[in-house]
Design a protein around this ligand. Sequence first.
Ligand SMILES: Nc1nc2c(ncn2[C@@H]2O[C@H](COP(=O)(O)OP(=O)(O)OP(=O)(O)O)[C@@H](O)[C@H]2O)c(=O)[nH]1
Ligand SMILES: [Mg+2]
Length: 355
Amino acid sequence: PYTPYVIMMVGVQGSGKTTTVGKLAKFYRSMGYKVGVVAADTYRPGAYEQLRQLADRVGAMFYGEPDSKDPVSIAQRGVEELRKRGADIIIVDTAGRHGYGEEEALLKEMQDIAAAVRPDEVMLVIDAAMGQKSYDLAKRFHEATPIGSIVVTKMDGTAKGGGALSAVAATGARIKFIGTGEDVDEFEVFRPRRFVARLLGMGDLESLLERIERLQGVEEFEKTVAEMVAGKITFRVLYRQLEQMRKLGPFRKVLQMIPGFSTMLDSFDEAAKVSEEKMRKWMSIMNSMTYDELDNPELLEQRSRVKRIAIGAGVEISDVRELYNYYKTVKRMMRQLRKRKDILERFAKMGRLPG
Ligand SMILES: Nc1nc2c(ncn2[C@@H]2O[C@H](COP(=O)(O)OP(=O)(O)OP(=O)(O)O)[C@@H](O)[C@H]2O)c(=O)[nH]1
Ligand SMILES: [Mg+2]
């Protein structure tokens, strides 16, 4: 006889249990599982309706008893009923109504429901903003019914979710998912690196790495960065940088992800507005420069050179001027950047971090 996998949600009022049931259901549905959800929250007015609608939206089977006041028997009948209907995964939503004041009753109810449905996994839902209270809370829940996994919700808010780590410490359970918004799609598999980077205020290391990996030669990119930091900015370096930027995506997006950079972004704005088309134009301008000019951009202070280059590249004089101004902007940027060596060293190292 087939036994479905039963997940029981627990957590205090408003932590996001019911929302997370919807998100989980959608997540598992997208992997091809048949999912059923049980509304075993008899405290919160509207809990039944909230979950029924969510189930509808994500294509999950639903079980609930709108007039019953007995969560234990609802849970038990729900799991049995959904099993008969062929669910692979059954998620039981529970009440969080008691909060701190009526905690004893809440924990007792959890134990009774757990004893009735014998869940394969008890999932603790924690609000990212809960902070240090998470430790005690998780510990007490864990003592009532062993917590198997943790979901941290509201990671889209200002809280960084550090409290969740204390919940991990208190239970030994691992964080499996994070909630990043109210919508059923705003849900992600937990990624430790990203989480830690956020905790440390380091920007989105993970995505930055992904982008850097897309570069054909990470080493080349590092070389360019190193060269720029060392202050040797020539048109040759710029040419290479532009080529690499085109592969990296918009400069601004990349910079935004570099630890500590967001605050410096204003000075980069000009550089950021370089469009694909402009990059191509600039590259052709550089192609019509002499080696001397490529190595010594300041030669473009001479009008006659600017004119010759413009004609050679088939562009207007103002285009060449613009490139020259871009060069000066980058030079200025790099001077500012050199004061923040720590950042650059980290940036250069990142390309070598293990996947
Ligand atoms: N911004 C944001 N809001 C969320 C997230 N998860 C849940 N919420 C919101 O938090 C509020 C409470 O969510 P519920 O899912 O009803 O919380 P609950 O734990 O079931 O609450 P009770 O049933 O009263 O115990 C709702 O307004 C949700 O839309 C999230 O990841 N991000
Ligand atoms: Mg709820």
